[in-house]
Design a protein around this ligand. Structure first.
Ligand code: 1PZ
Length: 215
């Protein structure tokens, strides 16, 4: 049986995993990146079952990456940098249309990477929000500025509908489980720069390798 404590989310935990993501040479450790995502999914699951179609897709993608990490070529998957080099050098990535490698690490991580941009924009809004700010509006704006551009009409509709079921700001802060709103703001202030840096390092790597549009 899983103890309730194990399921309880805290934003602090996510902060800690994203902190351990970057090596001193600014490489991103896949293991910690994936752990950060696990934490975020746990958080999303606390917000209600309307979000389960979103968390299912995230969980699938996390699992694909974990399988690469634990597979026989796992040593190449220690960092995002080594993964990109390995998969490109070995031609394990579909570059222009979907085909032989629908589960490449590169294309799978790209989907999570784009979602991380949504998170960055959303948390930025949360951080500058006031008591009467509307979480659904903040979420929708962040989505339209980022992920929506990569989604089909159907997914955008489904996501847009789910956003209206988001709990209000106060509940949101409670679920983050770090204490008073002031403490939430402090932890957000610590977390955001870390998420931004991990996002930017990944974005630059993907841009340099010309793989920002993988099918
Ligand atoms: C707190 C509220 C959560 C809002 C999350 C905003 C993201 C909405 C995304 C809705 C799409 C989910 C359905 C799956 C879509 C997939 O088609 C795409 C592309 O993958 P492909 O089809 O190419 O394999 N998947 C994604 O874009 C990844 C989405 C991951 C979303 C994770 C959100 C985590 C949020 C953390 C909450 C704190």
């Amino acid at each position: 049986a899983v103890a309730l404590e194990d399921l309880k989310f805290t934003l602090q935990e996510v902060l800690d995993t994203f902190k351990s993501c970057l090596s001193e040479h600014k490489e991103v450790f896949l293991e910690h990146y994936v752990a950060g995502w696990r934490g975020l999914v746990r958080f999303m699951n606390c917000l209600g079952s309307v979000f389960s179609f979103i968390s299912k897709d995230a969980v699938n993608k996390i699992q694909i990456l974990v399988n690469h990490l634990n597979g026989e070529n796992g040593a190449h998957y220690v960092t995002i940098q080594s993964m990109v080099k390995y998969e490109l050098d070995s031609q394990l990535v579909d570059l222009t249309k979907r085909g032989s490698f629908p589960e490449s690490g590169c294309r799978t991580l790209l989907r999570l990477h784009r979602a991380l941009r949504w998170l960055e924009l959303f948390l930025e809004r949360l951080q500058t929000s006031t008591e009467d700010s509307n979480t659904s509006v903040m979420c929708t704006e962040a989505y339209n500025e980022s992920l929506a551009q990569h989604h089909t009409w159907i997914i955008r509709k489904a996501a847009g509908t789910a956003f209206w079921a988001l709990p209000g700001r106060a509940t949101f802060f409670d679920v983050m489980n770090v204490g008073s709103p002031e403490q939430v703001m402090a932890v957000l202030g610590d977390t955001l720069p870390l998420i931004s840096e991990v996002y930017q390092v990944t974005e630059d790597l993907y841009a340099q390798n010309n793989i920002l549009e993988l099918p």
